[in-house]
Design a protein around this ligand. Sequence first.
Ligand code: NDP
Length: 320
Amino acid sequence: MSQEIEHVQCLIIGSGPAGYTAAIYAARADLKPVMYTGMEPGGQLTQTTEVDNFPGYPNGITGPEMMEDFRKQAERFGTDIRFGYVSSVDFTSMPHKVVVDEIKTITADTVIISTGATAKWLGLPSEQQYNGFGVSACAVCDGFFFKGQDVAIVGAGDTAAEEATYLAKLCKKVYMLVRRDEFRASKAMVHRVMNTPNIEVIYNSETKEILGNGKNVTGVRVLNNQTGAESDLPVEGFFVAIGHKPNTDIFKGWLEMDETGYLKTIPGSTKTNVEGVFACGDVQDHYYRQAVTAAGSGCMAALDAERYLAAKEDEVKVLS
Ligand code: NDP
C-alpha cells in the first residue's frame, strides 16, 4: 500500500538516451524533473561495448561510459535522479499518479515515459557469455566491428531481413538462420535478401550453441529441425534479430498501444492519448531504435511537456 506522496512538475520514467535527454531539456527549462531510472540505469546501451555512431564522440565510446556522460549532464542542470522502478500508474485524473517501488506515490503534472524496449534473446547461456564479444542484437550498432568477416543472423522478420542486408554490405558472408521453411518478413524485404549474393539463407535451422574460444565468437552450431543434422558454421559475429518487447506492461489499459505493445504517439509529437503524458525513445519507436533518434525524441518530449505546462498556466491566468 502506498503511503508517501510527493508532487512534481515533471516525472521521467526510464533512463536511456531518451530519458536523459528529456531530463537535460526539462531541467534547463526549470521543470525540476525527477527521474526514476528503472532496474537497469542507462538502459540497453549499458549492455553494449563500443558505440561508434553517436555524434560527438569522434573516437567512439563504450555504451556504459556514454550513459554515464548522459547522467552527469542531466544532473548538472539539477535533475533529481533516483534508483527505483515504477510499479503502477493511474492516469484517470490530473495530476497523474505514479507508484514507485510499490510504496511511494508521486503525483505529476507531466509524465515522460522513456522505458525503452528489450531485445528478445534466444536464451542460450553461450549467447549471454559472448554478448558484446561477438554476439549482438543490433546490426546497425555493431556490424561495423565485423567488416570483411563472416557473420550469422537469426530471425526471419523485417528486422532480420533489413539487418542481414545491412550486414551484407560490410561483411564477407552473412548466414541467415530461419527456423521455418519461410520468412515472416514482407515480400519486398525477402526479395532484397534473395538478391544479395553474399547472404545465404538456411531454412529450418535452429541455433543450438554459439561457439567461442572463451574470448570471442568463433562459430555457431546449427540444427536442421527437419533432419536432426547438426553442423558448425565458422563465424566471427552472431546477430539476434528475433524481435523486441517494449517495456509497457504497466501502461496497459491506460495508454493506447499498437498490437505489439508500442505506445502510440500523435505523429510529429511525443503526445500520447492522455493529456500531459508523453512518450519518447524505443518505447514508441519500433522502427529506428537508435540512441541518437531516442535522444532526439527525448528532447521533443521535454519541449512538449514544457509547452503543455505553459499553455495550462496561460489558461489559469485567463480564467482568473
Ligand atoms: P517479428 O516479430 O516480425 O519477427 C521475429 C522473427 O524472429 C520471426 O521470423 C520469428 O520466426 C523469429 N523468431 C522468433 N523467435 C525465434 C527463435 N527463438 N529462434 C529463431 N527465430 C525466432 O519482429 P521484427 O523485429 O522483425 O519486426 C517487428 C515489427 O517491426 C514488425 O511489424 C515488422 O514488420 C516491423 N519492421 C518493419 C521494418 C520495415 O518496414 N522496414 C523494419 C523492421 C521492423 P517465425 O516467423 O518462425 O515466428
